[in-house]
Design a binder for this molecule. Structure first.
Ligand SMILES: Cc1cc2nc3c(=O)[nH]c(=O)nc-3n(C[C@H](O)[C@H](O)[C@H](O)COP(=O)(O)OP(=O)(O)OC[C@H]3O[C@@H](n4cnc5c(N)ncnc54)[C@H](O)[C@@H]3O)c2cc1C
Length: 410
């Protein structure tokens, strides 16, 4: 989208039409927040928030429903991350002024009567930021796609869009696709999310992490009751969103569980974590202990929904780097190829503005500090989930060992 707005003639290829079932963003919703412990992302997310509110393409997929953070005193790393996030936000003029601190379950019920029978501890400190919300993520992908089509971007999907290899021949880079087609261009950008390491030799720079989601279907009466609730982000137990207005489905993210899937990479036979998608492995649902964890979460906040059947379990893949910075740079061993990857599970919120920075890198005029932070860095230590403490504390599972919930879960 951003390339074509900047006068580039663009061909985009993908294994699937948007919203691709392989995309981490092909989901009901994602959190759009501006509290970040690193000022770089605070500024980027404040810029993105303005576009979610006002840009004609993205506005229809934004709901500024607000978010309540619930973090136990004992989770020091997470508390520190949140405190820094709020402090950073308040350094930007006009930002963070509406954040409120709420005391315990009673305070929560007073502020949001839909949580009147919550079981939050009376001493818990909750943070409420009304200036955050959710992006209806599958819809945002469709809207961005439609905007690209109207700007004249050429698309190829299916076997002629699924990249299998990238080669250099006669001083040009070529992307080869599953049907044997060859694509070349003056500049090629590979942004295959968690799968980027299938095409590009990233060494240990990026590692695919599978995260788990589930859902419940609300009826009309329940939808009316819960549609205006905020996102509840309980850093110990998981998080959930207000129900989707079209399907009336409520999405729940499983607490603290990620998984790696180690396979031999296409490069030097090195072992690396790469996605295995539900399109090929439909029985990859959620780990067998997931439903109980989800029920504990729902019981804590909205006990009347606790016995709803959990549906549409999902594994979804992100590309983690060890310092959670993205990788937006030229690939040193290729002639004309760049990557925009290493999302580390936090780039959906920047969908309206990240393209501007990718284009700046291609045009060689990216801010020096950003260029340094997002550079190709194969000297990075390998990703270690135990050190990614800004996320919910992570139980790191191995795909080889996971026992899956059979679907549908009854
Ligand atoms: C459970 C979960 C919750 C999340 N919550 C949030 C949140 O609250 N807020 C937030 O900001 N972010 C969140 N994220 C992260 C966000 O979804 C990702 O950061 C973002 O989607 C990454 O974008 P991407 O374009 O790099 O990769 P993706 O969105 O994964 O897109 C990759 C694309 O590459 C295509 N592709 C893959 N392989 C090939 C191939 N061989 N050939 C051609 N095309 C290919 C896919 O079809 C897909 O379209 C979450 C992610 C998950 C999984």
């Amino acid at each position: 989208l951003e390339l074509s707005k900047n006068g580039y003639k663009v061909t985009a290829i993908d294994a699937y039409a948007p919203p691709s079932p392989w995309s981490a963003a092909n989901d009901l919703n994602k959190i759009i927040r501006t509290e970040y412990s690193d000022m770089i992302y605070t500024k980027l997310s404040v810029e993105a928030m303005d576009l979610w509110r006002n840009d004609a393409t993205f506005k229809p997929a934004f709901n500024e429903c607000g978010r309540v953070l619930v973090t136990p005193e004992s989770h020091l790393a997470r508390k520190d991350f949140e405190a820094k996030g709020i402090a950073n936000l308040k350094k930007i003029e006009g930002q963070g002024t509406k954040i409120e601190y709420i005391k315990g379950g009673e305070g929560l019920a007073k502020k949001f009567p839909v949580f009147s029978s919550n079981k939050v501890h009376s001493d818990a400190e909750l943070k409420w930021n009304p200036e955050s919300g959710l992006g209806i993520s599958f819809k945002a992908l469709e809207l961005a796609y439609q905007a690209c089509v109207s700007l004249g971007v050429n698309f190829s999907f299916g076997a002629s869009g699924e990249a299998t290899k990238i080669i250099t021949d006669d001083n040009k880079d070529y992307v080869i696709t599953a049907d044997g087609s060859r694509y070349t261009a003056d500049k090629i950008v590979v942004s295959m999310g968690a799968s980027t390491g299938k095409l590009i030799d990233l060494k240990q720079q990026q590692s695919a992490t599978g995260l788990f989601l589930t859902h419940m279907q609300l009826n009309e009466e329940e939808f009316q009751k819960y549609k205006d609730m905020p996102i509840i982000f309980d850093s110990e137990m998981g998080f959930f969103f207000p129900p989707d207005p079209e399907s009336k489905i409520l999405k729940i993210a499983l607490p603290g569980t990620g998984a790696h899937h180690m396979i031999k990479s296409n490069f030097r036979g090195e072992m690396t974590s790469l996605p295995r998608y539900m399109t090929e492995f439909p029985s990859d649902t959620i780990p067998v202990d997931g439903p109980e964890k989800v029920r504990n979460l729902i019981e804590k906040y909205i006990p009347e929904l606790v016995s709803h059947q959990l549906i549409n379990h999902k594994t979804c893949w992100i590309g983690d780097t060890s310092d959670s910075h993205y990788i937006i740079d030229k690939v040193p061993y290729l002639s004309y190829t760049y990557i925009a990857s290493g999302d580390s599970g936090h780039v959906f919120k920047l969908l309206p503005n990240i393209g501007k920075y990718i284009v700046a890198r291609l045009d060689n005029n990216l801010d020096q500090n950003l260029q340094q932070v997002w550079k190709w860095r194969t000297d990075l230590e390998a990703f270690d989930p135990a050190k990614t403490d800004w996320r919910v504390p992570s139980e790191d599972l191995d795909f080889a060992d996971i026992e899956w919930v059979k679907k549908p879960e009854l």
